[in-house]
Design a protein around this ligand. Structure first.
Ligand code: 9MR
Length: 366
């Protein structure tokens, strides 16, 4: 695979054919010399990565790789509520507008992450909702209508509600101003408002550990089944898929298959694969491996290969909304910052060179 001259040439041609954005700093000589195949040219479904827009603007190599490989763009942070409405009643759409322009220039699908998430709800919203609970529903309606409406036809799909279920086990997440104020109905309200604002947008419920925490998975499935039976306009399920090397393939395949049986779109929305472990909380990393050995790289290649193959095998083509990596290089991964541990969860290394994991993805896509 690595020696495939044909794909290397296509990759190289694409990398030089794609134009640069204006205002670039001094060009890194090696920024454009990319020998690996473009993932977007071999992927049968949209393939993407999360990106943080401002750091990305300063990094030519990262830009070249992003334009080369990805047909879908997810904002790692820039489209969340605390970014677009940091202060009461004042939207700041400047970065989102730049992202829209970028995705139009490079023919990438823009995926909206996310509308309602407890963790990105600004403090001013929480404070106001505590003083005046009636206000929150009307705020949610206006926020979604204005935001989704503004980008109607430009944002292809949205994570309408992110992480509305408990971190572990069954049931809704209760430590959320949305749940505390509006009860579980806030989830379907958000879907209805989003659908009103853009009837063509693909609307997702998105969460983590769905592929491994079976109680959580069942809660998601009964919520989705209930929505489908009452025509709440949900169109997809996002499996974040922040997995670990030892999560069994069989359990991933089983949960994806059952989710696909709903007939909804299935998005692997935040993929990365770690070696170490954590307790799901900030700073909660447990360092078991502190160096990445050649054997570990090969094992990770296999795991990436398996994950993409499972997706292709168990999710019908018409429901393959795509695979999105949560950052595509180890240098920038959220895992190190958030869990305060060393790890190597992505397909590119710290020097922005492809890892064996990258070739595992290529093999599974081919
Ligand atoms: O990786 C994202 C990080 O850069 C942001 O600072 C953070 C808060 O906005 O969100 C991280 O992304 C999270 C995603 O939105 C939802 N699933 C878990 C991701 C990692 O924390």
């Amino acid at each position: 695979m690595r020696s495939s001259r044909h794909r290397a040439i296509i990759g190289f041609i694409l990398s030089i054919a794609l134009p640069f954005s204006a205002g670039c700093a001094v060009q890194n000589q090696s920024a454009n010399v990319i020998e690996e195949p473009a993932l977007r040219s071999i992927s049968p479904f949209p393939i993407g990565s999360s990106i943080r827009y401002l750091p990305f603007q300063k990094d030519l190599r990262l830009q070249s790789l992003q334009k080369l490989h990805f047909s879908s763009y997810t904002a790692g942070s820039d489209m969340k509520m605390h970014q677009v409405m940091p202060m009461e009643n004042s939207f700041d759409f400047s970065v989102v507008d730049s992202i829209v322009q970028h995705t139009e220039d490079y023919e990438q699908r823009l995926f909206g992450h996310n509308l309602i998430w407890h963790s990105s709800t600004p403090t001013w919203v929480k404070n106001k909702a505590k003083k005046n609970p009636e206000w929150l529903a009307s705020f949610m309606r206006e926020y979604i209508h204005e935001y989704v409406g503004r980008y109607r036809g430009k944002v292809h799909g949205w994570d309408v509600v992110n992480e509305g279920l408990k971190t572990a086990g069954s049931g809704y997440r209760t430590d959320s101003i949305w749940y505390e104020t509006l009860g579980p109905q806030y989830i379907e309200m958000a879907f209805r408002y989003a659908h009103e604002a853009d009837p063509d947008a693909v609307l997702f419920y998105n969460d983590f550990n769905l592929e491994r925490d079976l109680d959580k998975f069942e809660s998601m499935m009964s919520m989705v089944g209930d929505f489908q039976s009452r025509e709440v306009p949900i169109s997809g399920i996002g499996f974040q898929m922040h997995i670990r090397m030892d999560i069994p393939n069989s359990i991933i395949a089983e949960t994806l298959k059952r989710a696909a049986d709903t007939g909804l779109q299935i998005h692997l929305s935040e993929v990365d694969i770690i070696f170490n472990t954590h307790d799901d909380s900030r700073g909660g990393g447990i360092q078991r491996f502190d160096t990445l050995t050649p054997e570990m790289k090969v094992a990770q290649k296999k795991k990436y290969y398996d994950l993409v193959t499972i997706y292709r095998t168990v999710v019908p083509e018409s429901q393959q909304y795509g695979i999105t990596f949560w950052g595509f290089n180890d240098r920038d991964t959220w895992i190190r910052r958030f869990f305060d541990m060393q790890d190597w969860p992505t397909i590119y290394d710290d020097n922005l060179a492809p890892k064996p994991a990258f070739w595992g993805v290529v093999e599974a896509l081919n």
